[in-house]
Design a binder for this molecule. Structure first.
Ligand code: SF4
Length: 212
């Protein structure tokens, strides 16, 4: 895997991209409704291969049933599965939600740990999910890269696009650490605003038109 070469031109390009993101997107919120680290963790887990809109439709009913690890740990997987069915992959996601809640109670005093390795050991929690929770709930600088960020970063020639892991490494090297959490959300919202479901027209996009 080749690391993107840093040049003065690339640094200027990154600054310009940040200026445009600030102007077009501002400081966006996390798109998943939540009230604390635990409800964010569950919502991010549910968002795998599902839209955030759909997750936000399902979580009110789920959190009415249980919105703490202690309460969720007592639920049956079948009951949770019936509620989250619209999100897809419901057998795996329901087992993960109940299972991780039991582990949080047994090993973390009912709290979501502020620790990437402990988070990644939870069932259903991968590197991206763990980073989103660390960034948005604990303010830890991270740069979670999903397929949308990977695609835009590749189009903008900020990375070779060889893998999500390489994209994360390149973006972290290119942008100041204190801006990572904001940039992660800005690029997600930028994709939603400017990438239509169908069609791909770089000329109409405020960044793709010159950076691609
Ligand atoms: S040109 Fe438009 S649709 Fe294509 S990647 Fe850029 S923003 Fe998305």
């Amino acid at each position: 895997m080749t690391q993107t070469q840093h040049t003065p031109e690339l640094a200027k390009k990154c600054q310009k991209i940040q200026r445009i993101l600030d102007a077009t997107i501002g400081s966006p919120d996390v798109p998943l409704d939540h009230s604390d680290p635990y409800t964010l963790l569950v919502a991010v887990l549910l968002s795998a291969q599902c839209t955030d809109v759909r997750v936000n439709q399902v979580t009110p009913q789920l959190f009415a049933l249980a919105q703490t690890p202690h309460a969720m740990a007592l639920q049956s997987v079948e009951v949770v599965r019936a509620i989250i069915r619209p999100c897809g992959l419901s057998p795996q996601k329901a087992a993960a939600i109940v299972g991780l809640s039991q582990i949080l109670c047994a090993e973390h005093d009912g709290h979501v740990p502020n620790d990437i390795e402990a988070l990644e050991r939870l069932p259903g929690v991968g590197h991206k999910t763990a980073q989103v929770v660390l960034a948005q709930s604990f303010g830890v600088p991270t740069f979670p890269v999903d397929t949308h960020i990977h695609r835009l970063a590749t189009r903008w020639r900020l990375t070779s696009g060889s893998s999500v892991t390489q994209t994360e490494r390149d973006l972290k090297a290119l942008f100041p650490r204190e801006h990572w959490n904001k940039l992660h959300l800005q690029i997600i919202w930028f994709g939603r605003k400017f990438c239509p479901a169908r069609g791909h027209d770089p000329s109409g996009c405020p960044i793709c038109s010159w950076a691609a």
